[in-house]
Design a binder for this molecule. Structure first.
Ligand code: ATP
Ligand code: MG
Length: 392
């Protein structure tokens, strides 16, 4: 029988009556992502998703890696199917896991019997397969507590499955279960991580990026698109809305006191992001703000930003230390791109002494010197978008 991939579902199985919606969403996401790796039959049974190749040409290695980035899955294993018979299972383990069994110093066998009609108990099956493997690979020690290799045997509906240790899945909930959010993506370390964290909880993302030519370069914009490309294997297809911000920033510089520049600018970002949200039906905004990291990320400064927004603003990295954010950034693969030194519109016209504890009424009054609606209208009229598809 063929090799296949088994996926274990996480929290999803706790969702009671919604469970089917969750499973259907996950299966649809998997089918879309795996299309590039060949023809697979993908279905779920008893908290396990089966990814079965339909032809010899399927790219199993690529599919295995792709599965590790699909939210809603807690563990991923390549496995081999065999007949539901103790000796067929043993022969399959000997052959399929030969390399692992030869390399390991210690092992154990763990069995699961989802098919209750199978004549042996899980313990008896583990003992039988374990004993025979021990004889075939006499260098191996049996270690039931900390084995180097765990040989898993799962007796399920259609067949028995044998595999070695599973690798962790991406966790979270299937993308799309949590509605849509507009995520403000800069070229920094934090916003890609914040975006990824929201996507992990099942939120579909639309990205918005503000750029200010000639103060920001085409390379800075390209870097943001590259970050979005790196997020696509996790988040699925992404649309990046690019909003020119030069006029807004120049007007703020012309009409507002310097110490309010950033505060007012951030309110404009929220207004433009909300326009995108209403175009795409998003119900919340996401930023990579982190408490105390910079002058505009004090509680008062964030309150002043929120004052200009009507949608909830989520900030998943708000209470994380930079080290923790960087750790995730490395794990998801955005770090190396994030640290490339390009300017962001936030770093042009930065006040020398930004106001860190603003009073909202003062910010509003400073801002009233501007034609807020007109500026937002013009920026949004000039906004463009780029679609980044999986596998591009
Ligand atoms: P990051 O590492 O994500 O750039 P940061 O610590 O540099 O964050 P700021 O530059 O103050 O912080 O930006 C705070 C948040 O505002 C960012 O995480 C991002 O969500 C949003 N943001 C900043 N600049 C832009 C931009 N040019 N386009 C879109 N969103 C932006
Ligand atoms: Mg930044």
């Amino acid at each position: 029988m063929e090799e296949l991939i088994l996926l274990k579902l996480g929290e999803l199985v706790l969702k009671g009556l919604n469970r089917h919606t969750f499973e259907d969403k996950l299966l649809a996401n998997l089918r879309r992502r795996l299309k590039n790796h060949g023809a697979f039959q993908i279905y779920s049974k008893q908290s396990t998703v089966y990814v079965e190749p339909q032809s010899a040409g399927c790219d199993m290695e690529g599919a295995f890696e792709t599965c590790q980035k699909v939210f809603g899955v807690v563990a991923v294993a390549r496995a081999k199917a065999c007949e539901k018979d103790k000796d067929a299972i043993l022969a399959c383990a000997k052959e399929y896991l030969c390399k692992e069994l030869t390399a390991a110093k210690s092992f154990k066998v763990e069995s699961k019997r989802a098919d209750k009609s199978f004549p042996m108990s899980s313990i008896a099956l583990s003992q039988y397969v374990g004993g025979e493997l021990h004889e075939a690979f006499p260098h191996l020690q049996v270690d039931v507590h900390h084995p180097e290799l765990t040989v898993m045997v799962e007796v399920r509906e259609k067949a028995a499955y044998v595999h070695g240790s599973a690798v962790p899945g991406a966790g979270g909930l299937p993308t799309g279960m949590g509605g849509t959010a507009v995520s403000l993506l800069s070229g920094g370390i934090d916003s890609p991580v914040a975006s990824w964290m929201m996507a992990k909880r099942g939120v579909r993302l639309e990205m918005v990026h503000f750029y200010s030519p000639p103060y920001t370069s085409p390379e800075a914009l390209e870097k943001v698109l590259e970050l979005a490309r790196l997020l696509v294997p996790w988040c699925g297809r992404l649309v990046v809305h690019t909003v020119p911000f030069t006029e807004i920033q120049e007007e703020i510089r012309r009409s507002c006191p310097e110490d309010y520049f950033t505060l007012v600018m951030r309110r404009f970002m929220m207004r433009c992001a909300e326009r995108v949200a209403s175009r795409v039906g998003a119900k919340c905004l996401v930023t990579g703000e982190c408490l105390g990291q910079v002058a505009s990320q004090t509680v008062e400064a964030m309150a002043s930003t929120e004052d200009a927004a009507t949608l909830p603003i989520f900030r998943p990295v708000i209470a994380m230390d930079k080290e923790e954010i960087i750790r995730i950034s490395r794990k998801i693969g955005t770090f190396e791109t994030s640290i490339q030194p390009f300017e962001d519109c936030c770093t042009v016209f930065t006040p020398r002494h930004p106001r860190t504890h603003p009073v909202i009424a003062d910010v509003r009054s400073v801002e009233s010197a501007l034609d807020v609606e007109g500026l937002v209208d013009r920026a949004m009229a000039a906004a463009r978008y780029e679609v980044i598809r999986y596998g591009e």
